[in-house]
Design a protein around this ligand. Structure first.
Ligand SMILES: C[S@@+](CC[C@H](N)C(=O)[O-])C[C@H]1O[C@@H](n2cnc3c(N)ncnc32)[C@H](O)[C@@H]1O
Length: 398
């Protein structure tokens, strides 16, 4: 059974393949423009199951084991190829990393089939990785294959379209040279629509097992503790990370020169902030240190919600990260990622549900998500935003 993703938008019908298909962000986008998927592949069994459930198409497994001759002819090749090799979180060995060489499987398939268009997506870091060499290798290979490719990759995020997720990604659009020049792409980021983090929320009474998304008492206590800190420094909202161990006066035994310069800067700023609010911070620290959760990353704080007159964490979007409790204005969420914790919606005192994360990727509500939340979050964190792909596919194909 097919889902009703198909909304023919006046474009000619076409076929496409979905490499590294994940949960099928490309599939939803291209099908809604009149495309028919003729082949998909993903090495991950859970992705293949979800994909089959939704699209009635069984993806192949490891693409390195698929002979290009066994892939049907197609007009568009889509690939959100794995990003660990380029990602800031990974080892960053780029096209020399075995995971980076999957790009050459795309080249192998495109060389054999010569599809009219290629739409590739990757992490933002790919653009600057290895001083731009990785991008140059990719561009060179695609041009050698016979495609028009822009000099620079496009960097785009759903929040530019008013979708409340900040997810800057690289998009590489390729058009076979015999079909003419690439359409030019310009976007006025300054006049973009506003986004509202609360617009994607499910009403609480619609959420099955709401309890599991609610913050625990301990998390609430910890957030309240940081809220008290915020009240102390409200006229001095820190534009730098707060490391509570450095909320003190510095002395000779602190050996700051052992730290890199950037770290020294933050330490000085923490110490200066402390000096300005010494008495209040001292009393706050006494209370904070009584809390046994106030340690490691939980004793760090990153205010990234800009200037506000009466800051209150329960009005914001929060995220427990290895670098501390990060706070954002309620306009958009940080990028969904496959590895870290899900964003917290301050006013609701709960985390985002998988359905809400799917909405951040513009995946329609009729999509059947994986029934295990942990896997659903991971899959959605790896996925691509459907509306962004749709915009680029329309531009390229129309
Ligand atoms: C960044 S995700 C792409 C997600 C996809 N665009 C979506 O909308 O969900 C990369 C995917 O590549 C898959 N993958 C990694 N190595 C692979 C391989 N050798 N063959 C096929 N798929 C692979 C991963 O399992 C992952 O789902």
């Amino acid at each position: 059974m097919r889902l009703p993703f198909y909304i023919f938008g006046g474009m000619e019908q076409f076929t496409f393949i979905d490499l590294f298909c994940g949960v099928g962000g490309f599939h939803i986008a291209l099908e809604s423009l009149g495309g028919t998927c003729v082949f998909a592949s993903d090495i991950d069994e859970e992705c293949r199951k979800v994909y089959f459930d939704n699209f009635d198409l069984e993806p192949a497994g490891d693409i390195t084991k698929v002979n290009e001759k066994d892939i049907p002819a197609h007009d568009v090749l889509c690939a959100g190829f794995p990003c660990q090799a380029f990602s800031k979180a990974g080892y960053r060995r780029g096209v020399n990393d075995p995971r980076g060489t999957l790009f050459f499987d795309i080249v192998r398939i495109a060389k054999y089939h010569k599809p009219k268009y290629l739409i590739l997506e990757n992490v933002r870091n790919l653009a600057s990785h290895d001083n731009g060499n990785t991008w140059r290798v990719i561009r060179y290979n695609l041009r050698e294959l016979g495609y028009n490719v822009s000099d620079e990759p496009i960097i785009f995020s759903p929040h530019y379209l008013g979708i409340p997720q900040h997810r800057e990604r690289v998009f590489i659009l390729c058009k076979r040279k015999d079909l003419g020049e690439l359409p030019s792409f310009t976007f006025d980021k300054k006049n973009r629509p506003a986004s509202d983090a609360f617009s994607i929320l499910q009403p609480d009474d619609e959420i099955e097992n709401l309890k599991k998304y609610r913050l625990s008492k301990r998390e609430i206590t910890l957030i309240n503790l940081w809220n008290e800190f915020l009240i102390i420094v409200k006229n001095d909202l820190p534009g730098f990370p707060i490391w509570s161990e450095w909320l003190k006066e510095l002395d000779d035994i602190d050996y700051l020169h052992f730290y890199p310069k950037w770290k020294q800067d933050f330490i000085y700023k923490n110490s200066r902030l402390y000096s300005e609010h010494k008495t209040k911070i001292d009393s706050w620290l006494v209370e904070a240190l009584k809390n046994k959760d106030f340690t490691g990353a939980k004793a760090k704080f990153e205010w990234q919600a800009g200037k506000v007159s009466s800051p209150n964490l329960w009005d914001t979007i929060m995220h427990f990260r290895p670098s501390g409790l990060r706070v954002k204005a309620p306009t958009h969420y940080p990028a969904l990622v496959a590895i870290t914790q899900t964003s917290i919606v301050g006013p609701l005192k709960r985390r985002l549900t998988p359905r809400e994360c799917a909405r951040l990727q513009s995946i329609p509500d009729c999509y059947k998500l994986h029934s295990t939340d942990r896997i659903a979050y991971k899959q959605l964190g790896n996925s691509v935003n459907v509306e962004v792909v749709k915009m680029f596919a329309k531009l390229l194909l129309e």
